[in-house]
Design a protein around this ligand. Structure first.
Ligand code: GLA
Length: 385
């Protein structure tokens, strides 16, 4: 774990490349509610967190891309964007470079050292932070003058093309547009967003890491996306002007029940309900009604578990384990699913009780000691010269 990230990446950059780099920091994200809604043109409620990746990036005078990852203690260099058999983390960086090249921006010769404290594979979007931070760094170094929105879209496309995950826009948007002490509701159709201050004097956001990562996660993710599209295709026969599940309500779904495969029906039904939950959750936030907010979190988990089927045994144990713990207002799986973290809203001052009780339950049932992160909401990507 890096203690002083800026100093550490700067020093390492100097040792490896003798360069004079710019420093970029890109955060991971949480999502309070609105899961698997982003690629359905729906609503999400994410925030950037105080876990991030720090980069030291400079231009070199060659056509060579040289990288060093602290987390993997691994170096890599190439001049070629058509890589085979490179370490996984390299593809995110190369994927970003490829997006700049597509815009005919002549990107060559980069030295980049990066590292941070976003746990990998925990569903906190370390990959989006990697893409967004690197994109922001290139934007500055090569004076490309691209907007934040363009950088978000390029980072998302890098994930599609180089990691093979057909993700929505939430993770990259959160890493760039995050704001300290705020969550934001993002309309994933128009990309309009509204910040909500999260007054956390009485509450804490606790993430619990299952420490499991299922192989199936990315293929199941892409499958869910296809299932939603299949649902829309059928519903279009009835209502030709719809283009995504965002345009669908329960009445339309129910009246088409006999035409839709039951699994697809459940996927669609979950998404329609989850979109409404994001709207309800924002109303609850406006009223500082955290009890109501917590209930919506539990409902979201139930939908993800039963209808969307992206939870797993370990996530369910963690969520179920909170039900009888008094200090917990809400709990649910977060992110793509099949492992990673749960997000929990708990009363401030009860952090260690929560940790003790959940550790005990989880260890007893799985043999694993879970990790806990009590996170604060932070600003998005920042670039320092
Ligand atoms: C992953 C994806 C996001 C989003 C979530 C589920 O984190 O990258 O785009 O779809 O899963 O809400």
């Amino acid at each position: 774990m890096i203690i002083n990230p800026v100093l550490t990446v700067r020093e390492k950059h100097y040792k490896l490349y003798l360069g004079n780099p710019i420093i970029v920091t890109a955060p991971g994200r949480i999502n309070l509610i609105g899961e698997h809604t982003d690629y359905n043109d729906g609503f999400v409620l994410p925030a950037a967190i105080d876990k991030s990746i720090t980069f030291a990036i400079s231009r070199n005078k060659s056509d060579r891309f040289r990288f060093y990852s602290f987390d993997f203690d691994e170096s890599f260099q190439t001049t070629d964007l058509n890589l085979k058999n490179a370490p996984q983390w390299v593809y995110y960086l190369i994927g970003v470079i490829a997006q700049f090249k597509k815009l005919d921006i002549d990107i060559a010769g980069i030295d980049c050292v990066f590292g941070g404290n976003i746990p990998i594979g925990a569903g906190l979007s370390s990959s989006a932070a990697l893409e967004c931070g690197f994109a922001a760094g290139i934007n500055k170094l090569f004076n490309c003058k691209l907007t934040n929105y363009q950088l978000v879209k390029m980072a998302q496309t890098a994930e599609h093309e180089y990691a093979g995950v057909m993700c929505g826009i939430m993770d990259q948007f959160a890493s760039v547009y995050g704001k300290k002490d705020h969550v934001f509701r993002l309309d994933c159709r128009s990309h309009d967003y509204n910040y909500f201050p999260l007054k956390m004097d009485k509450y804490v956001i606790a993430l619990v890491n299952t420490k499991v990562e299922h192989e199936l996660a990315s293929s199941e993710y892409n499958l869910r996306r296809k299932e939603c599209e299949a649902g829309v295709a059928i519903l279009k026969n009835d209502r030709p002007n719809i283009s995504s599940l965002r345009d669908v309500d329960h009445a339309l779904l129910v009246s088409n029940r006999d035409n839709i495969d039951p699994t697809i029906y459940n996927r669609c039904s979950y998404v329609v309900s989850e979109n409404q939950r994001v709207i309800d959750a924002c109303e609850a936030l406006d009223k500082s009604d955290f009890e109501e907010f917590g209930k919506l979190m539990y409902q979201s988990h139930e939908g993800l578990r039963k209808k969307y089927q992206v939870s797993c045994k370990e996530l369910d144990i963690l969520v179920k384990g909170t039900i009888d713990i008094e200090c917990v207002l809400g709990s649910r799986m977060m992110g793509g699913g099949f492992g990673g973290c749960t997000i929990n809203l708990i009363k401030r001052g009860f952090e260690s009780d929560f940790e003790n009780e959940i550790s005990h339950i989880y260890k007893k049932e799985t043999g694993i000691d879970p990790d806990f992160y009590f996170v604060n909401l932070s600003d998005g990507v920042s670039v320092m010269s």
